[in-house]
Write a protein that binds this ligand. Structure first.
Ligand code: HEC
Length: 152
């Protein structure tokens, strides 16, 4: 119990320091590198989503898509941390609203994560209809964020 409490407190401190650096207390060491990394992640997420769509259209057993879906859910959870203060540098295609409207951006990221988690859960459960619906919902959240936070 006591050890658990200490571990929890320690992880809370760690999270707090990660959050502090994301808030600009420690400027990102390589802002352009972060931009390139998140752009690559976004492109890969597009490729994975396309691959999943192919499996849905073929009528594959959705359990075969569990790994792909889980990787999208993991990436979705990481997205907010990919946009630290100070990473608004070339070649970024992010709009200033990512930072000026941080709560709005966080809400879009949360919707993405929720939909992607549903997709991963449905794949694991072998729920074909739920999986297709969650894929479509996840796809909608991509555009939902890009409309306000990404340069066209
Ligand atoms: C919470 C907001 C958000 C969500 C959700 C989101 N994106 Fe993005 N995306 C962005 C932003 C902001 C950029 C611009 C990043 C930059 O260039 O710094 C971007 C960039 C991209 C790019 C261009 C990368 C490049 O090479 O310039 C692609 C492709 C992309 N997203 C695909 C997707 C797909 C597919 C999904 C859903 C599965 C998705 N995004 C979900 C915010 C989001």
């Amino acid at each position: 119990m006591r050890v658990g409490t200490i571990a929890l407190a320690a992880s809370g401190l760690l999270l707090a320091s990660v959050a502090a650096s994301a808030n600009g207390a420690h400027p990102a060491a390589d802002p352009a590198g972060i931009v390139k990394g998140r752009q690559a992640g976004m492109r890969m997420s597009g490729a994975i989503m396309g691959g999943i769509k192919g499996a849905i259209d073929r009528g594959d057993d959705v359990k075969t898509q569990a790994f792909a879906a889980r990787s999208i859910a993991g990436w979705a959870a990481a997205v907010p941390g990919m946009f630290p203060e100070g990473s608004d540098v070339p070649p970024s295609g992010a709009l200033p609203a990512v930072w000026s409207d941080a709560p709005g951006f966080a809400a879009k990221a949360a919707a993405y994560q929720a939909a992607a988690t549903k997709m991963a859960d449905a794949a694991k459960a072998g729920d074909k209809d739920g999986f297709a619906a969650a894929w479509a919902e996840t796809r909608t959240t991509c555009q939902g964020c890009h409309d306000s936070y990404k340069k066209p």
